[in-house]
Design a protein around this ligand. Structure first.
Ligand code: SF4
Length: 489
């Protein structure tokens, strides 16, 4: 046996081709599926990331903000590279690079030196700090460390340092997003509430969402209404900045003054009921104006709900331009209905997106069949079940909470579907099952520009229908007999 360089190597073990084939076939069986679903002490291909990755996403989403990882450099590289690969943009963040001595003696020295260097070198306006697993395991006291840094004069008074504990052995990226956003808003709005003041703006909390096109779509919808809006953490320009020959370390982001004044807003809408839960609970107690939680606006009905909420909260009618857009979306969905109707889908993702996919598929007469959430809860399960119960197309839907993509593979091989909705990680099981993967989630690392293509709102519904139906038509064209290869589809 030879390696890639042609050198002879002696294998430690050998497996016969017959044995490889036997196991390859066995893992596609009902018997294996049953064993696979009995698995307790091992997770294989979990479709979620760790808390600090979510914290970093929202830490980038404010003006002049430099995300700061208190912990291991390798972890920090993982968050950054995942964001780089998804957006194909830089994700400038720093780490205080704790190593063995930090693990033994605590990471205060790393944090202090790191803060001093990062502020001197990169001149941020804000430094949100969050943790990787290591300082959480040894019990670093972030509150005391940051207080000591300030008392030593390592951080100028005008640079806010919101911070969040983001232990990755608990929760996932959406929880890290939530606690980091909460701390940023608590810090920026501290002392800014003024009795009787109203900015006249609607605050929008999008929740964990790595689609810059969605953020632009939200802004466009508010502009159509003529309603000023503050997006509480706006990544649209941060991760979709123009290539004009000049590198900017901090492009875009929600202006800090505007974020601070958001506490005096006319209203606040939360579109991330499962990824901004703690943030919105705090906002309801502390922000002026009205507060409304809505589902992520995937599909027509959920977009209707957002537009009606904006209208009710501001007293402005839904503009004719958006009414016309709704009609075009319904037309596009009706035109394409035949290509999705009755098709079975497997889908997985974060709760806010996952529930939205289910709603959208039901609107199209498609069947959400295997619905999987790796960090789901009974509440998520109940909400999905209630949604399924509203439609005849939901009757076959089965929900799997706390399962991973290796479980989903067993489902795809033993109880097949027509397509999979998820993120790039699903490509391996989609290939095994020989079905298309529709990449609407995060991260998408193997296709270009999908993060620029909105999936929310009426335009998002058109985009999803177009992508899905044209792929099914491509499959028909590529696989049909010659006599059925038609000009029209
Ligand atoms: S799970 Fe923990 S150790 Fe792994 S990348 Fe995330 S923070 Fe680092």
């Amino acid at each position: 046996m030879a390696n890639n360089l042609g050198l002879a190597v002696k294998p430690v073990t050998t497996t016969s081709p017959e044995e490889i084939e036997r196991v390859a076939n066995w893992i596609n069986t009902e018997e294996y599926k049953e064993l696979n679903f009995k698995r307790e002490a091992l997770v294989v291909m979990p479709p979620h990331a760790c808390q600090p990755l979510g914290a970093e996403l929202v830490a980038h989403a404010f003006e002049g903000s430099l995300p700061f990882v208190h912990g291991s450099q390798g972890c920090a590289s993982y968050y950054r590279s995942t964001l780089n690969r998804h957006f194909r943009e830089p994700a400038p963040a720093v780490s205080d690079a704790m190593t063995e001595d930090g693990a033994v003696f605590g990471g205060q020295n790393n944090l202090h030196e790191g803060l001093e260097n990062a502020i001197a070198l990169y001149k941020p306006k804000m430094v949100p700090i969050f943790t990787s697993c290591m300082p959480e395991i040894i019990g670093d006291d972030l509150t005391a460390f940051i207080k000591n840094a300030r008392s030593k004069g390592l951080v100028p008074d005008d640079i806010p340092t919101p911070y969040a504990n983001t232990p990755s052995f608990n929760g996932s990226h959406i929880h890290g997003y939530d606690v980091m956003l909460l701390s940023i808003l608590q810090t920026l709005t501290d002392g800014k509430k003024v009795d009787g003041r109203c900015t006249g703006k609607v605050n929008l909390i999008p929740g964990f969402d790595a689609n810059t096109g969605n953020f632009r779509e939200y802004k466009r919808i508010f502009a159509e209404f003529g309603v000023p809006c503050t997006i509480l953490g706006d990544i649209s320009d941060v991760f979709d900045s123009p290539l004009d020959g000049t590198y900017r370390i901090y492009p875009g982001g929600t202006p800090l003054v505007e974020a601070g004044d958001s506490v005096n807003g006319k209203a606040t809408i939360n579109l991330g009921p499962y990824s901004a839960t703690k943030t919105f609970a705090w906002v309801k107690d502390n922000y002026a104006g009205k507060h409304q939680a809505l589902a992520m606006p995937l599909g027509v009905a959920r977009t209707d709900a957002l537009l009606l909420a904006i209208s009710e909260l501001t007293g402005k009618p839904v503009p004719d331009s958006l009414k016309a857009e709704r009609g075009r979306a319904v037309d596009a969905m009706t035109d394409a209905h035949q290509y999705m109707h009755g098709k079975k889908f497997a889908l997985y993702g974060d709760p806010d997106q996952l529930i939205g996919y289910v709603a959208f598929l039901l609107e199209m007469g498609a069947i959400p069949y295997h619905i999987l959430c790796s960090k789901g809860s009974k509440k998520v399960q109940k909400e999905i079940q209630e949604l399924l119960d509203t439609s005849m197309y939901g009757k076959q839907g089965k929900i799997y909470m706390g399962k991973d993509l290796w479980h989903l593979r067993s489902l795809l091989m033993t109880d097949p579907v027509d397509a999979l909705i998820g993120d790039t990680h699903g490509k391996f099981i989609a290939r095994d099952a020989q079905i298309p993967l529709f990449r609407f989630g995060f991260p998408i690392m193997d296709r270009v520009n999908l993060h620029r293509s909105p999936i929310i709102g009426y335009q998002g519904a058109i985009n999803m229908v177009t992508t899905i139906c044209n792929t099914f038509i491509d499959i028909t064209d590529n696989t049909c007999e010659d006599r059925f290869f038609e000009m029209m589809r």
